[in-house]
Design a protein around this ligand. Structure first.
Ligand code: NI
Ligand code: MN
Length: 228
């Protein structure tokens, strides 16, 4: 049945893996200025939470309650979601992996911060490697460039989803440099254009990636999908 990655704007993705719907960092229309899809039109069996910031956890509790999806996150975020009246969580921490029905998920480091919107300590930020049956995916989460991305790249990444917006995360130049460490077959940029400080021209960036590296850059429109 394959894998289908749909961008909803900002860092929010739906990943369909062999018929199982995994939503990464739910932040939908009404909260997310670049998103057109309302949260009540989203299917989710699992939710992957990279970190606690409002532009990533904005609709997580609402989506989880509406769908019954299991929320996979770090320990502190799982506790916070439990305190908001939702029990179906799965706590992990950096460097750990666990087998889920759609594949093995490994929580990777990210160089960022992770306070919850109400000021609660949100643990460390992260990203995820997803070892699905047919492909290995990497969602970097919000992060700076760091050389240990080379260790993440050792997994053999088919598709890497990385932030490129600058200001809060890697900008285009550092995101370009990260590809030498991550060595994915395909890269999908995100976390740009949502707000004025992260406006970027990703078409120029993609041209540079395609010209100067062996990586294929795929720039998605909002609600567009990449299938593999
Ligand atoms: Ni963040
Ligand atoms: Mn963010």
């Amino acid at each position: 049945m394959g894998i289908k990655i749909t961008w909803h704007g900002h860092a929010t993705f739906s990943v369909e893996i062999d018929g199982i719907n995994v939503v990464v960092d739910p932040f939908f229309a009404g909260n997310n200025p670049s998103c057109v899809r309302p949260v009540d039109e989203v299917e989710a069996d699992f939710i992957l939470q990279t970190h606690a910031h409002g532009d990533h956890i904005g609709d997580t509790v609402e989506l989880a309650k509406a769908t019954g999806a299991q929320v996979i996150s770090n320990f502190e975020i799982a506790n916070w979601i439990n305190k908001h009246g939702y029990e179906n969580t799965w706590a992990m921490n950096t460097g750990g992996g666990y087998q889920f029905p759609f594949g093995r998920v490994k929580m990777t480091p990210a160089l960022h911060s992770s306070g919850l919107p109400d000021g609660t300590y949100g643990g460390d930020p992260g990203g995820y490697l997803i070892f699905a049956k047919d492909a290995t995916l990497y969602f970097a989460g919000d992060t700076a460039l760091f050389s240990d991305m080379a260790l993440i790249g050792n997994a053999g990444i088919d598709v890497a989803v990385i932030p490129t917006g600058d200001n809060f995360t890697m900008g285009p130049d550092d995101a370009f440099e990260s590809l030498a460490y991550l060595r994915p077959k395909v890269v999908i940029p995100c976390h740009y254009d949502t707000f004025p400080p992260i406006a970027q021209d990703m078409d120029d960036w993609a041209e540079r990636v395609n010209r100067e590296t062996g990586v294929t850059a795929v720039v998605l429109d909002v609600e567009e999908s990449f299938e593999l």
